[in-house]
Write a protein that binds this ligand. Structure first.
Ligand code: NAP
Length: 301
């Protein structure tokens, strides 16, 4: 079904490329821009228009979505030369779906409003699989009426779309999500180490605890991969460290001690120090192996 809103995408990384394609599949005319031009070739094949810069994407669209890396990257594509706010026009809505600082988001929403642009923060959870399958959880901050206007666009990318509050509230909820992902991850690797040292079967431990009160996404999805020796990302240590840094900066601003999150952040730094930054977050098991002088990840043949 042909849709009336023209949608721009800035950022065609692991997440953005699938999200843009799903929006196009729903019948929205899609324009894309990516810093590395080669990544736009695939989008041209499925029918996207290519923009020369974020400004042009904004000029040609009613809604522009940014899905880049860190806070400074969002600032660059929005406020930099040929940034999307230079393409501001009446009615433009900007949805930032990257994971960035809640505090910076409130500031960006204010700057956007000064240029007449309505901004929503709408970070996601569900990973590359959720992006491909259009099943992301989307946490939205900003004006509720603006959300109602763009909901059909978000519904092309996600199933669980929740308005969390005013500007920055989506990023705050995403930070809560990352706190729980980090601490659950630590619980999972500690339990695996305990089971191994005690001599019980790891698969059986995972099988029975997944169904009980200890169940978590990390246990169900990452623990079996640890036992198989598959430490590939999913979600990389480098990105998790970015997200935990955002959490800890915001916690410092709130004068809130977060002991569990800080511990996970430090332990993942050890994974990075051993060249594991591009591994999946479950490579945290390597630190447990060193601390406990034990072996869990099977050696590659
Ligand atoms: P990615 O594969 O590394 O892609 C990052 C994208 O951002 C690329 O298109 C990159 O352009 C672009 N970019 C980065 N810095 C830029 C800059 N300064 N100017 C212009 N473009 C820039 O990352 P991803 O996995 O798609 O993640 C994107 C966002 O979603 C991040 O905020 C991440 O935390 C969040 N997220 C990711 C996941 C996940 O499982 N991957 C899950 C939830 C949320 P180039 O191609 O030129 O490098």
């Amino acid at each position: 079904m042909e849709q009336s809103k023209r949608v721009g995408f800035v950022g065609l990384g692991i997440m953005g490329r699938s999200m843009a394609k799903n929006v196009a599949k729903r019948g929205f005319p899609v324009t894309v821009w990516n810093r590395t031009p080669a990544k736009m070739a695939e989008a041209r094949e499925w029918g996207a228009r290519l923009a020369a810069h974020p400004k042009e994407a904004a000029e040609q669209c009613d809604v522009v979505i940014t899905i880049v890396g860190d806070t400074s990257d969002v600032r660059e594509v929005a406020l930099g030369p040929n940034g999307l706010l230079e393409g501001a026009h009446e009615g433009l809505i900007w949805i930032d779906m990257s994971t960035i600082s809640p505090d910076a988001t409130r500031e960006l929403a204010r700057v956007a409003a000064e240029r007449g642009v309505r901004m929503l923060d709408a970070p996601v959870s569900g990973g590359d699989v959720g992006a491909r399958e259009g099943t992301l959880s989307i946490m939205v901050g900003g004006d509720e009426e603006t959300l109602a206007e763009v909901k059909p666009v978000l519904e092309a990318m996600g199933k669980n779309i929740v308005h969390c509050g005013s500007a920055g509230a989506g990023q705050t909820v995403k930070a809560c999500n990352q706190i729980m992902c980090g601490v659950n991850l630590l619980g999972m690797v500690e339990a695996l180490a305990f089971a191994r040292k005690s001599g019980v079967d790891l698969d059986k431990m995972i099988q029975v605890t997944t169904q009980g009160a200890a169940g978590s996404w990390a246990l169900a999805n990452l623990a079996p991969r640890v036992v198989r020796g598959d430490l590939d990302p999913g979600f990389s240590v480098r990105f998790q460290q970015k997200d935990l840094r955002i959490v800890l900066e915001e916690a410092a601003r709130l004068m809130l001690p977060l002991l569990g999150t800080s511990t996970v952040h430090q332990l993942l730094r050890s994974v990075e120090a051993h060249d594991g930054g591009e591994d999946g977050t479950h490579a945290l098991i390597r630190v447990m192996e060193q601390l406990g002088n034990l072996k869990i990840v099977p050696s590659k043949e």
